[in-house]
Design a protein around this ligand. Structure first.
Ligand code: 5GP
Length: 190
């Protein structure tokens, strides 16, 4: 998506540890006009899928997922990071290692909001090593819902997540795939 790539080149900042900061337009301050275009693009790419729910993970996926969901006309559900797991059987649970915080979280989703009748599109801001997406995929599996695919705004193609998810046979659409990045240069995969 050229509009997004141009914006990354203009306003993205590469930080040590392979972290790209896009907090001026995507995940802290949010440019709603741009995210609307992102929503339209995901709708076009998944137009053939009977999506009934969009699933994301807190925190930075939520705002993007909400705007995307308006183009699909379906609810958003988000996996919550939990301090402790209440094993009363009401929740799907899984573990996710955070790329940015280097911590393992338990994440939970109420069984009320996802079940075998659902067709799910996963949405997140970044794909790096794939832990966040793999956690969401595990929750979808546990729920018995159909996973239609995953929509990622920025994939860091030099990390292993994208390859792993594609090798699982999951339909993955990333709007910008970064091939390499340094302090002074950033290149995209064609
Ligand atoms: P993964 O689980 O694929 O390793 O990382 C995905 C999650 O880590 C995303 O939800 C995102 O919040 C965060 N993340 C990974 N890489 C970056 C990055 O380069 N920049 C920012 N801002 N967040 C990232």
């Amino acid at each position: 998506m050229q509009l997004l790539k141009n914006r990354i080149l203009k306003d993205g900042i590469v930080k040590p540890g392979n972290v790209l900061k896009v907090d001026s337009f995507l995940n802290h301050q949010m440019d709603i006009a741009l995210i609307n275009e992102i929503g339209k693009e995901f709708k076009a790419r998944f137009a053939d899928c009977p999506i009934t729910k969009i699933l994301t993970i807190e925190a930075s996926g939520i705002g993007i997922a909400c705007i995307v969901a308006q183009y699909f006309g379906v609810p958003v559900v988000f996996a919550k990071k939990a301090q402790s797991i209440n094993l009363d059987g009401e929740m799907y649970t899984t573990k996710v290692e955070s790329f940015t915080h280097k911590k393992v979280y338990d994440v939970i989703l109420s069984k009320k909001f996802l079940g075998p009748e659902d067709h799910v599109l996963l949405i997140d801001d970044f794909l790096a090593n794939g832990c966040a997406l793999l956690g969401l995929i595990d929750i979808v599996k546990k729920s018995g819902a159909t996973l239609e695919g995953a929509g990622i705004v920025i994939e860091k193609g030099f990390q292993c997540g994208g390859q792993q998810i594609r090798n699982m046979g999951i339909r993955l659409e990333s709007l910008a795939i970064i091939e390499s990045m340094t302090d002074t240069s950033l290149t995209f995969r064609e």
